[in-house]
Design a protein around this ligand. Structure first.
Ligand code: GLC
Length: 725
């Protein structure tokens, strides 16, 4: 009986639309009549469907508890995703009321849509921008605004309306798989960077969705993870960045997070989504869930989570039945619908924009290349290793990531770009000659090893067919010596990939592998024996261990995951064409265990049944979408990142805010606008380029407040500005 009932219900939107169509042609039209009149003209079925997306077709995935698979003849779930194939989700259209769909698409490092379409010879590649962690390391909000504008052009010209980004959760623990999508361990930096990105993207007339609101700082069991955090830490650390972004950029939408906060699902929390976000901060836009986030659609409606994405007929039915049964006040439903419609009125699709499907990909590639150079961080540079001397021609390029360079992270934060410039290619493009025999040795090793590689451990990587990097190739002393005799310099690239759905590991991930450390040692010995230099490049999306080996090479440069042009950006830096100006927006501890957030990460599984009927199968996506209930207590409170290391005297390998240049800068003549601190104070400082080459300096301001009644961190980051000298 249930399936018959559901199928009749599912048929309703189509039948209702037809019936109402013939009854009266005087129906209010969105954009022509008051929004409230349009809402009043909606049927309850239309309302219930409108606050849930049109669904997502996940090949082979049976959603937890979702027995409402569409029946024949019902609106095909996900049908409107044909508007922009590969978009993450769409909202229901109601043509009789002049309501089009909205197209929502990932992600923080660029628009993610299908690069090819059936029966269409055109391609739909998008620009792969540098990851958020790199952008934050630029300390340049004007640059991030420029990136946002370029990204906004991709979004606009490919017909999407809202991009599901920027990602802006705090990088609480180095092992979080999605740290590459986030900016910093500091909320002020996070908020300022996110606001710059939102303003840049939305200046192009398309929307953003700041995410994941809030305290979503691990991937393991993220849909069942209960984050236990104090009110103070929540406000000062995990919400503060979102507050800055809302107040300084008013993003069109906010995406609530999967996790629970102090026992309540974020997407079902009235405190979070109404009291804090709207009452305290004045947020005017609409809130959507993360995909399949939350459990109780009615609770989500009441909490102020206006839109449930990607949407299931089951959710629509839950809402419909609740109104019918008097368990959900239709006034609350109308409130949520009004917020969605007010955003929809801003969309290019509603305004009838004729998108070209031809964004300026060439122009955006130039932005990518420049932005990537601005976020790369020079950690060590001795014996004038960098920039490479003018007589350097042949480079011995070690490390598989030199050839399989990792330009971004995995999961919804990935992009389908037309091309990517590897570090090897970038060095060649700049006129250097990678030693051919070594290149061939690596390429044949990579090919052979990949043939026997198992499926990716990360379920989303496996599903998306993303290849995990091959294990590092062993280099023996003989080969290193041979290379040292032939090449002018050695460049070693250490690569790391991570992404959605899984967190990183300590061994062979945060810590370098035995092979990687041996590579650095054997190459450093061989090249130093001949008076030649060694440069290590860190092609990573987050923190790795550096203390145990950084004394060996002459130079260490973090190139992060710099987007599709990153090989050229690396060459721009190592050749001296661009002077590195990046500074760390996250701390690199000596050891993983030194951190304040190590205990229980990524959460302790509670000894209860999995949160859904089926027991998760470990090796497929369903285990990821059907998490176990787990819990993590943020015992460190506000002492995250440098707040912890500086206050408790734990010496890091590289500190927050650290980064070298090819030149030097002198500070002087510091002036305060007043010697008393009331609500505002202005500090000015003279910065002088005291070196031999032009450069940019990120000036940073920290405040140390006297800890009287309330304990306080030794210092807090309160401002920055980047100079060009
Ligand atoms: C994912 C991610 C979110 C993304 C959404 C749509 O699970 O958590 O960041 O925007 O679903 O792909």
């Amino acid at each position: 009986m249930r399936s018959t009932k559901i199928s009749i219900f599912l048929m309703l939107p189509v039948v209702i639309l037809a019936m109402v169509q013939c009854k009266s042609n005087k129906v209010p039209q969105l954009g022509k009549d008051p929004v409230k009149d349009v809402i009043a003209a909606m049927t309850l079925e239309e309302k219930a469907f409108f606050v849930t997306g049109t669904g997502m077709i996940f090949p082979g995935l049976n959603m937890p508890g979702d027995t409402s698979a569409p029946t024949p003849g019902a609106p095909v779930v996900g049908e409107t995703q044909k508007l922009v194939p590969g978009a993450a989700g769409t909202t229901y259209e109601i043509p009789r009321l002049g309501i089009p769909s909205m197209v929502l698409s990932d992600g923080p490092a660029g628009l993610r849509i299908s690069p090819k379409r059936e029966n269409d010879s055109a391609t739909y590649y998008c620009t792969a921008f540098p990851i958020a962690t790199l952008l934050a390391s630029s300390w340049d909000t004007a640059l991030i605004g420029m990136v946002g504008q370029a990204m906004g052009n991709d979004i606009l010209e490919y017909g999407a309306d809202i991009i599901l980004g920027p990602g802006m959760n705090i990088q609480r623990n180095p092992l979080c798989g999605r740290n590459f999508e986030y900016y910093s361990e500091d909320p002020y930096v996070t908020g300022k960077m996110a606001a710059a990105m939102v303003n840049g993207v939305e200046s192009m007339g398309v929307g953003t969705s700041i995410k994941h609101f809030a305290a979503n700082n691990a991937e393991t069991n993220r849909m069942g993870l209960n984050t236990i955090v104090s009110e103070r830490a929540l406000r000062e650390i995990y919400l503060e960045g979102f507050r800055i972004a809302v107040e300084e950029a008013q993003p069109w939408t906010v995406m609530s997070s999967y996790n629970l906060i102090n026992g309540t699902m974020a997407s079902e929390s009235n405190d979070l989504l109404t009291k804090v976000l709207r009452d305290d901060w004045g947020f005017k836009g609409c809130v959507m869930t993360d995909w399949f986030g939350g459990r109780d659609a009615v609770a989500q409606m009441k909490a102020g989570n206006d839109l449930l994405m990607p949407g299931t007929p089951q959710q629509a039915k839950m809402i419909y039945d609740a109104v019918k049964a008097g368990k959900l006040d239709v006034v609350m439903l109308d409130r949520n619908i009004e917020r969605i419609l007010n955003i929809l009125l801003e969309t290019p699709r509603f305004k009838g924009y004729k998108y070209s499907n031809k964004p300026d990909l060439t122009g955006h590639a130039t932005v990518v290349r420049q932005a990537a150079t601005e976020g790369m961080v020079l950690l060590k540079n001795e014996n004038s290793a960098l920039p490479l001397a003018s007589n350097v021609k042949t480079i011995a390029t070690f490390g598989t990531a030199t050839f399989e360079t990792i330009i971004g992270g995995v999961g919804s934060g990935d992009v389908n770009e037309a091309y990517a410039v590897s570090i090897a290619d970038g060095l060649k493009n700049a006129g250097y000659t990678p030693d051919e025999s070594l290149v061939n040795a690596y390429l044949s090793y990579i090919k052979k090893t990949r043939e026997s590689m198992p499926k990716a451990k990360n379920p989303l990587m496996a599903l998306m067919g993303v290849k995990e990097p091959v294990p590092e190739m062993k280099i023996d002393a003989a080969l290193a010596a041979q290379m040292a005799a032939k090449a002018d310099v050695a460049v070693i690239t250490i690569g790391r990939i991570s992404g959605e759905a899984a967190d990183r590991l300590v061994d062979n991930d945060f810590n370098l592998s035995v092979t990687e450390k041996a590579l650095i040692t054997v190459v450093s010995k061989a090249f130093h024996a001949r008076g030649k230099k060694v440069v290590v490049l860190l092609n990573v999306g987050g923190v790795v261990e550096t203390a145990s080996w950084k004394d060996q090479p002459d130079a260490v440069l973090i190139v992060w995951q710099g987007g599709q042009e990153m090989g050229n950006s690396v060459a721009d830096i190592v050749s001296g064409k661009v002077n590195p100006s990046g500074k760390l927006a996250i701390t690199f501890p000596v050891r993983y265990a030194d951190g304040s957030t190590v205990k229980d990460f990524p959460g302790i599984v509670l000894e209860t049944e999995p949160t859904s009927q089926e027991s998760p199968k470990e090796d497929d996506l369903s285990s990821f979408m059907q998490p176990k209930a787990s819990k993590i207590v943020y015992e460190e409170g506000i002492y995250v990142g440098y707040r912890y290391y500086e206050t408790f005297g734990v010496r890091p390998s590289y500190a927050f805010g650290y980064g070298l240049s090819y030149t030097t800068f002198e500070y002087g003549n510091i002036k305060l606008s007043s010697d008393k601190f009331s609500d505002q104070i202005t500090i000015s400082v003279d910065v002088k380029n005291s070196g031999g080459v032009a450069g940019k300096e990120a000036v940073q301001l920290y405040l140390a407040a006297p800890a009287k009644k309330l304990d306080k961190p030794a210092l807090e980051f309160k401002g920055f500005a980047k100079t060009k000298l």
